[in-house]
Design a binder for this molecule. Structure first.
Ligand SMILES: Cc1ncc(COP(=O)(O)O)c(C=O)c1O
Length: 464
Protein backbone atom coordinates (compact mmCIF):
# COMPACT_ATOMS: atom_id res chain seq x y z
CA UNK A 1 0.00 0.00 0.00
CA UNK A 2 1.32 3.43 -0.87
CA UNK A 3 2.09 5.73 2.04
CA UNK A 4 0.56 9.17 2.17
CA UNK A 5 3.08 11.96 2.42
CA UNK A 6 2.26 15.46 3.54
CA UNK A 7 3.81 17.94 1.22
CA UNK A 8 4.20 21.66 1.27
CA UNK A 9 6.42 21.98 4.34
CA UNK A 10 9.02 24.58 3.68
CA UNK A 11 12.63 23.52 3.83
CA UNK A 12 13.34 25.74 6.76
CA UNK A 13 10.51 24.17 8.80
CA UNK A 14 11.55 20.61 8.07
CA UNK A 15 15.15 21.21 9.07
CA UNK A 16 14.18 23.15 12.18
CA UNK A 17 16.13 21.99 15.17
CA UNK A 18 16.39 23.87 18.44
CA UNK A 19 20.06 23.02 18.71
CA UNK A 20 20.97 23.97 15.17
CA UNK A 21 19.95 27.59 15.09
CA UNK A 22 20.61 30.81 16.92
CA UNK A 23 21.24 31.25 19.77
CA UNK A 24 22.01 27.58 20.52
CA UNK A 25 24.86 27.53 18.05
CA UNK A 26 26.74 30.22 19.90
CA UNK A 27 26.80 31.28 23.50
CA UNK A 28 23.64 32.70 24.97
CA UNK A 29 23.54 36.12 26.56
CA UNK A 30 24.43 35.88 30.24
CA UNK A 31 25.10 39.28 31.68
CA UNK A 32 23.54 41.67 29.17
CA UNK A 33 20.09 41.58 27.61
CA UNK A 34 20.32 40.52 23.94
CA UNK A 35 19.33 43.10 21.32
CA UNK A 36 16.76 40.93 19.58
CA UNK A 37 14.01 38.45 20.53
CA UNK A 38 14.36 34.69 20.23
CA UNK A 39 12.15 31.66 19.82
CA UNK A 40 10.63 30.90 23.27
CA UNK A 41 10.96 27.15 22.81
CA UNK A 42 14.66 27.36 22.04
CA UNK A 43 15.30 29.67 24.98
CA UNK A 44 13.30 27.43 27.32
CA UNK A 45 15.27 24.37 26.21
CA UNK A 46 18.55 26.14 26.73
CA UNK A 47 17.64 27.30 30.21
CA UNK A 48 16.22 23.92 31.22
CA UNK A 49 19.37 22.25 29.94
CA UNK A 50 21.50 24.51 32.09
CA UNK A 51 19.34 23.69 35.11
CA UNK A 52 20.16 19.99 34.68
CA UNK A 53 23.41 20.85 36.43
CA UNK A 54 21.43 21.68 39.58
CA UNK A 55 21.06 18.87 42.03
CA UNK A 56 18.10 16.55 41.79
CA UNK A 57 15.64 17.89 44.37
CA UNK A 58 14.38 14.47 45.43
CA UNK A 59 17.91 13.39 46.35
CA UNK A 60 18.48 16.63 48.23
CA UNK A 61 18.40 15.31 51.77
CA UNK A 62 19.78 18.59 53.11
CA UNK A 63 16.67 20.64 52.74
CA UNK A 64 13.72 20.86 55.09
CA UNK A 65 11.59 22.17 52.26
CA UNK A 66 9.04 20.26 50.23
CA UNK A 67 10.36 18.79 46.99
CA UNK A 68 7.31 16.71 46.10
CA UNK A 69 4.09 18.05 44.63
CA UNK A 70 1.20 15.93 43.42
CA UNK A 71 -0.49 16.79 40.10
CA UNK A 72 -3.34 18.59 41.87
CA UNK A 73 -0.95 20.95 43.61
CA UNK A 74 0.60 21.68 40.23
CA UNK A 75 -2.90 22.35 38.86
CA UNK A 76 -3.65 24.75 41.72
CA UNK A 77 -0.31 26.52 41.35
CA UNK A 78 -0.92 26.95 37.63
CA UNK A 79 -4.44 28.28 38.16
CA UNK A 80 -3.21 30.74 40.78
CA UNK A 81 -0.10 32.01 39.01
CA UNK A 82 -1.68 35.44 38.53
CA UNK A 83 -3.10 35.90 42.04
CA UNK A 84 -1.38 38.44 44.24
CA UNK A 85 -2.34 37.56 47.79
CA UNK A 86 -2.00 41.17 48.97
CA UNK A 87 -4.83 42.26 46.66
CA UNK A 88 -7.50 41.23 49.12
CA UNK A 89 -10.18 43.23 47.37
CA UNK A 90 -9.42 41.77 43.94
CA UNK A 91 -9.01 38.19 45.17
CA UNK A 92 -11.36 38.00 48.14
CA UNK A 93 -11.62 34.21 48.05
CA UNK A 94 -7.85 33.84 48.26
CA UNK A 95 -8.02 36.11 51.32
CA UNK A 96 -10.85 34.02 52.72
CA UNK A 97 -8.88 30.80 52.19
CA UNK A 98 -5.84 32.33 53.90
CA UNK A 99 -8.12 33.22 56.85
CA UNK A 100 -9.41 29.64 57.01
CA UNK A 101 -5.85 28.29 57.04
CA UNK A 102 -4.99 30.55 59.99
CA UNK A 103 -8.02 29.24 61.87
CA UNK A 104 -7.18 25.65 61.05
CA UNK A 105 -3.66 26.18 62.39
CA UNK A 106 -4.86 28.03 65.49
CA UNK A 107 -7.11 25.06 66.17
CA UNK A 108 -4.37 22.53 65.41
CA UNK A 109 -2.06 24.36 67.84
CA UNK A 110 -4.78 24.53 70.49
CA UNK A 111 -5.38 28.25 70.70
CA UNK A 112 -8.08 28.86 73.33
CA UNK A 113 -9.54 31.39 70.87
CA UNK A 114 -8.96 29.66 67.56
CA UNK A 115 -12.05 31.23 65.97
CA UNK A 116 -11.12 34.80 66.78
CA UNK A 117 -7.38 34.86 67.11
CA UNK A 118 -5.08 36.46 64.60
CA UNK A 119 -2.33 35.19 62.31
CA UNK A 120 -1.15 35.40 58.75
CA UNK A 121 0.69 33.70 55.97
CA UNK A 122 4.24 34.78 55.16
CA UNK A 123 6.79 33.88 52.52
CA UNK A 124 8.34 31.35 54.93
CA UNK A 125 9.34 30.85 58.53
CA UNK A 126 11.99 33.57 58.36
CA UNK A 127 9.41 36.29 57.76
CA UNK A 128 7.07 34.62 60.26
CA UNK A 129 9.85 34.63 62.88
CA UNK A 130 10.51 38.34 62.27
CA UNK A 131 6.82 39.09 62.81
CA UNK A 132 6.71 37.01 65.99
CA UNK A 133 9.88 38.74 67.19
CA UNK A 134 8.53 42.20 66.40
CA UNK A 135 5.34 41.50 68.35
CA UNK A 136 7.43 40.46 71.37
CA UNK A 137 9.58 43.56 71.10
CA UNK A 138 6.53 45.86 70.78
CA UNK A 139 4.76 44.27 73.76
CA UNK A 140 7.87 44.53 75.92
CA UNK A 141 8.45 48.17 74.91
CA UNK A 142 4.83 49.15 75.56
CA UNK A 143 5.03 47.68 79.04
CA UNK A 144 8.37 49.33 79.83
CA UNK A 145 7.12 52.69 78.56
CA UNK A 146 4.07 52.45 80.80
CA UNK A 147 6.39 51.75 83.73
CA UNK A 148 8.61 54.70 82.75
CA UNK A 149 11.60 52.39 82.27
CA UNK A 150 14.28 52.51 79.55
CA UNK A 151 13.59 50.62 76.32
CA UNK A 152 16.97 50.78 74.63
CA UNK A 153 18.40 47.34 75.45
CA UNK A 154 15.98 44.56 74.50
CA UNK A 155 17.31 41.01 74.45
CA UNK A 156 16.01 37.67 73.23
CA UNK A 157 16.96 34.24 74.56
CA UNK A 158 17.31 31.29 72.21
CA UNK A 159 19.06 27.95 71.96
CA UNK A 160 21.09 27.14 68.82
CA UNK A 161 18.87 28.95 66.33
CA UNK A 162 18.42 29.14 62.62
CA UNK A 163 19.98 32.21 61.02
CA UNK A 164 16.58 33.96 60.74
CA UNK A 165 16.78 34.80 64.46
CA UNK A 166 20.27 36.26 64.05
CA UNK A 167 18.81 38.38 61.26
CA UNK A 168 15.87 39.43 63.42
CA UNK A 169 18.23 40.46 66.22
CA UNK A 170 20.49 42.45 63.92
CA UNK A 171 17.81 44.07 61.74
CA UNK A 172 15.58 45.05 64.65
CA UNK A 173 18.23 45.98 67.20
CA UNK A 174 17.75 43.24 69.74
CA UNK A 175 20.60 41.57 71.63
CA UNK A 176 20.61 37.83 70.86
CA UNK A 177 21.43 35.75 73.91
CA UNK A 178 21.99 32.44 72.18
CA UNK A 179 22.68 29.58 74.55
CA UNK A 180 25.74 27.86 73.12
CA UNK A 181 25.77 24.08 72.66
CA UNK A 182 28.00 22.00 74.91
CA UNK A 183 29.24 18.49 74.16
CA UNK A 184 26.81 17.01 76.65
CA UNK A 185 23.95 19.47 75.90
CA UNK A 186 23.01 20.30 72.33
CA UNK A 187 19.71 22.03 73.20
CA UNK A 188 18.33 24.84 75.32
CA UNK A 189 17.55 23.83 78.92
CA UNK A 190 15.41 25.66 81.52
CA UNK A 191 18.48 26.32 83.71
CA UNK A 192 20.42 27.92 80.84
CA UNK A 193 17.40 30.08 79.94
CA UNK A 194 16.85 31.31 83.49
CA UNK A 195 20.54 32.24 83.81
CA UNK A 196 20.21 34.70 80.94
CA UNK A 197 16.90 36.45 81.73
CA UNK A 198 16.64 40.00 82.94
CA UNK A 199 14.04 42.79 82.81
CA UNK A 200 15.03 43.55 79.20
CA UNK A 201 14.20 40.09 77.93
CA UNK A 202 11.47 40.42 75.30
CA UNK A 203 10.94 36.67 75.09
CA UNK A 204 12.33 33.17 74.85
CA UNK A 205 12.36 31.25 71.57
CA UNK A 206 12.62 27.48 71.83
CA UNK A 207 13.14 25.82 68.47
CA UNK A 208 10.76 22.97 67.89
CA UNK A 209 12.97 21.07 65.52
CA UNK A 210 16.53 22.38 65.76
CA UNK A 211 18.12 22.89 62.37
CA UNK A 212 21.44 21.30 63.39
CA UNK A 213 20.22 18.15 65.14
CA UNK A 214 16.48 17.86 64.26
CA UNK A 215 15.57 17.54 67.95
CA UNK A 216 12.81 19.45 69.74
CA UNK A 217 13.73 21.88 72.50
CA UNK A 218 11.74 21.24 75.70
CA UNK A 219 9.06 23.94 75.44
CA UNK A 220 7.00 22.74 78.41
CA UNK A 221 9.97 22.52 80.77
CA UNK A 222 11.01 26.01 79.76
CA UNK A 223 7.49 27.30 80.23
CA UNK A 224 7.32 25.71 83.70
CA UNK A 225 10.64 27.26 84.65
CA UNK A 226 9.40 30.66 83.48
CA UNK A 227 6.23 30.23 85.57
CA UNK A 228 8.42 29.58 88.57
CA UNK A 229 10.66 32.52 87.68
CA UNK A 230 7.62 34.80 87.48
CA UNK A 231 6.48 33.69 90.92
CA UNK A 232 9.88 34.58 92.34
CA UNK A 233 10.55 37.84 90.46
CA UNK A 234 7.27 39.11 89.03
CA UNK A 235 8.77 39.15 85.52
CA UNK A 236 6.40 37.65 82.94
CA UNK A 237 8.46 36.41 79.98
CA UNK A 238 6.54 35.23 76.88
CA UNK A 239 7.50 32.32 74.64
CA UNK A 240 7.46 32.30 70.87
CA UNK A 241 7.94 28.78 69.48
CA UNK A 242 9.91 28.45 66.26
CA UNK A 243 8.02 25.45 64.96
CA UNK A 244 9.33 25.85 61.40
CA UNK A 245 9.27 22.08 60.99
CA UNK A 246 7.84 20.65 64.22
CA UNK A 247 4.71 22.79 64.08
CA UNK A 248 3.51 20.66 61.20
CA UNK A 249 4.81 17.34 62.58
CA UNK A 250 4.14 16.99 66.31
CA UNK A 251 0.34 17.59 66.09
CA UNK A 252 0.14 14.47 63.92
CA UNK A 253 2.76 12.03 65.13
CA UNK A 254 3.96 13.25 68.55
CA UNK A 255 0.69 14.29 70.14
CA UNK A 256 1.90 13.60 73.66
CA UNK A 257 4.41 16.46 73.52
CA UNK A 258 2.93 19.63 75.01
CA UNK A 259 4.58 22.51 73.19
CA UNK A 260 1.83 24.76 71.78
CA UNK A 261 -0.92 27.12 72.98
CA UNK A 262 -1.92 24.58 75.62
CA UNK A 263 0.86 26.37 77.49
CA UNK A 264 -0.54 29.82 78.32
CA UNK A 265 2.95 31.31 78.15
CA UNK A 266 3.26 30.42 74.45
CA UNK A 267 2.04 33.61 72.80
CA UNK A 268 2.94 32.91 69.18
CA UNK A 269 4.11 30.12 66.89
CA UNK A 270 5.66 30.14 63.44
CA UNK A 271 5.83 27.23 61.01
CA UNK A 272 6.76 26.68 57.38
CA UNK A 273 3.91 25.54 55.18
CA UNK A 274 6.56 24.69 52.60
CA UNK A 275 8.35 22.30 54.92
CA UNK A 276 6.30 19.63 56.68
CA UNK A 277 3.12 21.56 55.87
CA UNK A 278 3.60 19.85 52.47
CA UNK A 279 2.99 22.96 50.37
CA UNK A 280 5.20 24.25 47.57
CA UNK A 281 7.95 26.76 48.30
CA UNK A 282 6.86 30.19 49.41
CA UNK A 283 4.54 29.88 52.37
CA UNK A 284 4.99 30.20 56.13
CA UNK A 285 2.59 30.94 58.95
CA UNK A 286 2.57 32.81 62.22
CA UNK A 287 -0.32 32.65 64.66
CA UNK A 288 -0.86 34.45 67.96
CA UNK A 289 -2.49 32.75 70.90
CA UNK A 290 -5.17 35.42 71.21
CA UNK A 291 -5.86 38.55 69.21
CA UNK A 292 -4.62 40.75 72.06
CA UNK A 293 -1.15 39.17 71.79
CA UNK A 294 -0.45 41.08 68.59
CA UNK A 295 0.05 44.82 69.28
CA UNK A 296 -2.39 46.91 67.27
CA UNK A 297 0.14 49.40 65.97
CA UNK A 298 1.97 46.69 64.03
CA UNK A 299 -1.14 46.14 61.92
CA UNK A 300 -1.78 47.84 58.57
CA UNK A 301 -5.21 47.79 57.00
CA UNK A 302 -5.82 47.07 53.31
CA UNK A 303 -9.01 47.28 51.28
CA UNK A 304 -11.22 44.23 51.37
CA UNK A 305 -14.70 43.98 49.87
CA UNK A 306 -15.38 47.64 50.44
CA UNK A 307 -14.13 47.39 54.01
CA UNK A 308 -10.76 46.97 55.62
CA UNK A 309 -8.68 43.93 56.43
CA UNK A 310 -5.82 43.88 58.94
CA UNK A 311 -2.44 42.77 57.58
CA UNK A 312 0.97 42.27 59.15
CA UNK A 313 3.83 41.51 56.78
CA UNK A 314 7.31 42.57 55.74
CA UNK A 315 6.45 42.04 52.08
CA UNK A 316 3.66 43.47 49.98
CA UNK A 317 3.11 41.47 46.77
CA UNK A 318 3.34 37.74 47.19
CA UNK A 319 2.06 34.76 45.20
CA UNK A 320 -1.30 33.35 46.31
CA UNK A 321 -0.93 29.81 44.95
CA UNK A 322 1.04 28.44 47.87
CA UNK A 323 -1.69 29.52 50.27
CA UNK A 324 -4.36 27.80 48.22
CA UNK A 325 -2.14 24.72 47.99
CA UNK A 326 -1.87 24.78 51.78
CA UNK A 327 -5.63 24.73 52.07
CA UNK A 328 -5.74 21.89 49.52
CA UNK A 329 -3.28 19.94 51.69
CA UNK A 330 -5.39 20.49 54.80
CA UNK A 331 -8.54 19.25 53.06
CA UNK A 332 -6.91 16.54 50.98
CA UNK A 333 -4.90 14.95 53.78
CA UNK A 334 -6.84 15.72 56.90
CA UNK A 335 -5.24 14.85 60.22
CA UNK A 336 -5.03 11.17 59.31
CA UNK A 337 -3.29 11.84 56.01
CA UNK A 338 -0.66 14.08 57.60
CA UNK A 339 -0.15 11.42 60.25
CA UNK A 340 0.35 8.67 57.65
CA UNK A 341 2.75 10.76 55.56
CA UNK A 342 4.89 11.93 58.49
CA UNK A 343 4.89 8.52 60.16
CA UNK A 344 6.23 6.94 56.98
CA UNK A 345 8.98 9.59 56.84
CA UNK A 346 9.75 9.03 60.52
CA UNK A 347 10.11 5.27 59.91
CA UNK A 348 12.45 5.82 56.96
CA UNK A 349 14.60 8.15 59.10
CA UNK A 350 14.75 5.59 61.90
CA UNK A 351 15.61 2.85 59.42
CA UNK A 352 18.49 4.93 58.03
CA UNK A 353 19.78 5.72 61.55
CA UNK A 354 19.61 2.00 62.46
CA UNK A 355 21.49 0.90 59.34
CA UNK A 356 24.13 3.58 59.84
CA UNK A 357 24.65 2.52 63.43
CA UNK A 358 25.18 -1.09 62.25
CA UNK A 359 28.08 0.07 60.06
CA UNK A 360 30.05 0.43 63.30
CA UNK A 361 32.04 3.54 62.39
CA UNK A 362 29.45 6.18 63.30
CA UNK A 363 27.90 7.55 66.48
CA UNK A 364 24.22 8.36 66.06
CA UNK A 365 23.38 11.85 67.24
CA UNK A 366 19.70 11.68 66.37
CA UNK A 367 17.85 8.45 65.60
CA UNK A 368 14.80 9.97 63.91
CA UNK A 369 12.25 9.02 66.53
CA UNK A 370 11.50 12.04 68.69
CA UNK A 371 11.86 15.10 66.47
CA UNK A 372 11.87 15.85 62.74
CA UNK A 373 11.88 12.81 60.41
CA UNK A 374 15.52 12.21 59.51
CA UNK A 375 18.77 11.20 61.13
CA UNK A 376 22.12 12.71 62.17
CA UNK A 377 25.41 11.02 62.87
CA UNK A 378 29.16 11.60 63.13
CA UNK A 379 32.27 9.47 62.71
CA UNK A 380 33.26 7.80 65.96
CA UNK A 381 35.88 9.86 67.75
CA UNK A 382 39.46 8.68 67.35
CA UNK A 383 38.83 6.52 64.26
CA UNK A 384 41.15 7.17 61.34
CA UNK A 385 39.60 5.67 58.24
CA UNK A 386 41.51 7.74 55.72
CA UNK A 387 38.57 10.04 55.07
CA UNK A 388 36.30 12.42 56.93
CA UNK A 389 32.61 13.21 56.83
CA UNK A 390 33.07 15.90 54.17
CA UNK A 391 34.91 13.47 51.88
CA UNK A 392 32.01 11.06 52.33
CA UNK A 393 29.42 13.71 51.41
CA UNK A 394 31.45 14.59 48.36
CA UNK A 395 31.67 10.95 47.31
CA UNK A 396 27.90 10.50 47.74
CA UNK A 397 27.39 13.34 45.29
CA UNK A 398 28.71 11.05 42.55
CA UNK A 399 25.38 9.20 42.81
CA UNK A 400 23.42 12.42 43.12
CA UNK A 401 22.84 12.39 46.89
CA UNK A 402 23.10 15.72 48.63
CA UNK A 403 23.78 15.17 52.31
CA UNK A 404 24.38 18.05 54.69
CA UNK A 405 27.72 17.88 56.48
CA UNK A 406 28.76 20.61 58.84
CA UNK A 407 30.45 21.36 62.13
CA UNK A 408 28.21 22.32 65.02
CA UNK A 409 28.23 25.94 66.26
CA UNK A 410 30.46 27.46 68.96
CA UNK A 411 31.72 25.22 71.73
CA UNK A 412 31.04 22.15 69.59
CA UNK A 413 32.94 23.11 66.47
CA UNK A 414 35.03 19.98 66.81
CA UNK A 415 31.91 17.91 66.06
CA UNK A 416 31.46 17.38 62.31
CA UNK A 417 28.11 15.80 61.62
CA UNK A 418 26.11 14.49 58.73
CA UNK A 419 22.34 14.94 58.59
CA UNK A 420 19.54 13.74 56.34
CA UNK A 421 15.96 14.97 56.26
CA UNK A 422 13.24 12.63 55.15
CA UNK A 423 10.28 14.28 53.47
CA UNK A 424 7.10 13.32 51.70
CA UNK A 425 8.06 11.68 48.41
CA UNK A 426 10.84 9.52 49.88
CA UNK A 427 10.29 5.77 50.07
CA UNK A 428 11.76 2.85 51.97
CA UNK A 429 13.37 1.72 48.73
CA UNK A 430 15.11 5.06 48.38
CA UNK A 431 16.30 4.79 51.97
CA UNK A 432 17.79 1.36 51.12
CA UNK A 433 19.44 2.78 47.98
CA UNK A 434 20.93 5.56 50.10
CA UNK A 435 22.36 3.04 52.57
CA UNK A 436 23.78 0.90 49.74
CA UNK A 437 25.45 3.95 48.26
CA UNK A 438 26.82 5.00 51.63
CA UNK A 439 28.35 1.56 52.08
CA UNK A 440 29.83 1.63 48.59
CA UNK A 441 31.22 5.14 49.16
CA UNK A 442 32.81 4.12 52.46
CA UNK A 443 34.41 1.06 50.82
CA UNK A 444 35.71 3.23 47.99
CA UNK A 445 37.19 5.79 50.36
CA UNK A 446 38.77 3.09 52.51
CA UNK A 447 40.47 1.63 49.44
CA UNK A 448 41.42 5.07 48.17
CA UNK A 449 42.24 7.11 51.28
CA UNK A 450 42.32 10.87 50.83
CA UNK A 451 45.73 12.49 50.75
CA UNK A 452 44.13 15.91 51.28
CA UNK A 453 40.78 15.59 52.99
CA UNK A 454 38.09 18.17 52.32
CA UNK A 455 36.91 20.51 55.02
CA UNK A 456 33.61 22.30 55.52
CA UNK A 457 34.61 25.11 53.14
CA UNK A 458 36.18 23.08 50.37
CA UNK A 459 33.41 20.46 50.47
CA UNK A 460 31.10 23.16 49.18
CA UNK A 461 28.26 23.20 51.59
CA UNK A 462 24.78 21.83 52.11
CA UNK A 463 25.07 23.24 55.62
CA UNK A 464 21.76 24.96 56.18
C1 LIG B 1 14.08 26.17 62.94
C2 LIG B 1 14.00 26.98 61.69
N1 LIG B 1 13.54 28.25 61.77
C3 LIG B 1 13.43 29.02 60.67
C4 LIG B 1 13.80 28.55 59.43
C5 LIG B 1 13.66 29.43 58.23
O1 LIG B 1 12.58 28.98 57.49
P1 LIG B 1 12.23 29.43 56.01
O2 LIG B 1 13.23 28.74 55.14
O3 LIG B 1 10.85 28.92 55.83
O4 LIG B 1 12.33 30.91 55.94
C6 LIG B 1 14.30 27.24 59.31
C7 LIG B 1 14.71 26.72 58.01
O5 LIG B 1 15.20 25.63 57.86
C8 LIG B 1 14.39 26.43 60.47
O6 LIG B 1 14.84 25.17 60.41
Amino acid sequence: MALLHKIGQSDSESVYDAYAQKPSEGTIAKYKMPDDSHDPEVITDLILDELLLDGNAKQNLSTFCQTYADPYIRKIMDACIDKNMIDKDEYPQTAEIERRCVQILADLWNSPESKTTIGCSTIGSSEAAMLGGLAMKWRWREKRQKEGKPTDKPNLITGPVQVCWEKFARYFDVELREIPMEHDRLLMTPEEVIKRIDENTIGVVPTFGVTFTLQYEPVKEISDALDDYQKRTGLDIPIHVDGASGGFIAPFIQQDIVWDFRLPRVKSINASGHKFGLSPLGVGWVVWREESDLPKDLIFNVNYLGGEMPTFALNFSRPGGQIIAQYYNFLRNGRKGYERIHKACQEHGMFIAGEIEKMGIFDILYDGSTGIPGAAWMLKKGTDLGFNIFDLSDRMRVRGWQIASYTLPVNCQDMAIQRVLIRHGFSHDMAQLLIDDLQRSIEYLRKNPMTHSLDEKTAGGYHH
